[in-house]
Design a protein. Structure first.
Length: 146
């Protein structure tokens, strides 16, 4: 039996528009990561980039459940000895909510060149204004994720 491998150039790429207003950060991130990887398609192949483009708007209006705003920390190391930085998600969401969503999605993607290539198809905006109007993104309703 012959195995059919889908070609990246032959698979159509769609643009999706997701309004993040009132949605939970982690649940939204998992759905977006699934679309970016192409797991929602019947032709999913783990070693090829068959995913679609995603535009997420209104990231300032995302929510975190429980006490995560005060208790959850974003940690990163600057590369210098003893320079581990910690930021509460309350401050991270107030300063740059798009970064919080991008970091959550990045953690769900493959840790290789393919994952970095897939992340380039993600576009996040704090408000309802976005630049990808010419691509005519299809609205995707994720209200069941509340």
């Amino acid at each position: 039996m012959k195995t059919i491998m889908p070609k990246v150039a032959e698979t159509p790429k769609k643009w999706y528009l997701i309004d993040a207003e009132g949605l939970v950060l982690g649940r939204l991130a998992s759905q977006v990561a699934m679309i970016l990887r192409g797991k929602n398609k019947p032709t999913y192949t783990p070693n090829t980039d068959l995913g679609d483009y995603v535009v997420v708007i209104n990231t300032d209006k995302m929510v975190l459940t429980g006490k995560k705003l005060e208790q959850k920390l974003y940690r990163h190391h600057t590369g210098y000895a003893g320079n581990m930085k910690e930021v509460q998600y309350k401050d991270l969401m107030a300063k740059d909510s798009t970064k919080a969503l991008e970091l959550a999605i990045k953690g769900m993607m493959p840790k290789n060149n393919l994952g970095r290539k897939m992340l380039l198809k993600l576009h996040c905006y704090k408000d309802a204004n976005y630049k990808e109007v010419a691509q005519k993104p299809e609205k995707l309703v994720l209200k069941e994720l509340i």
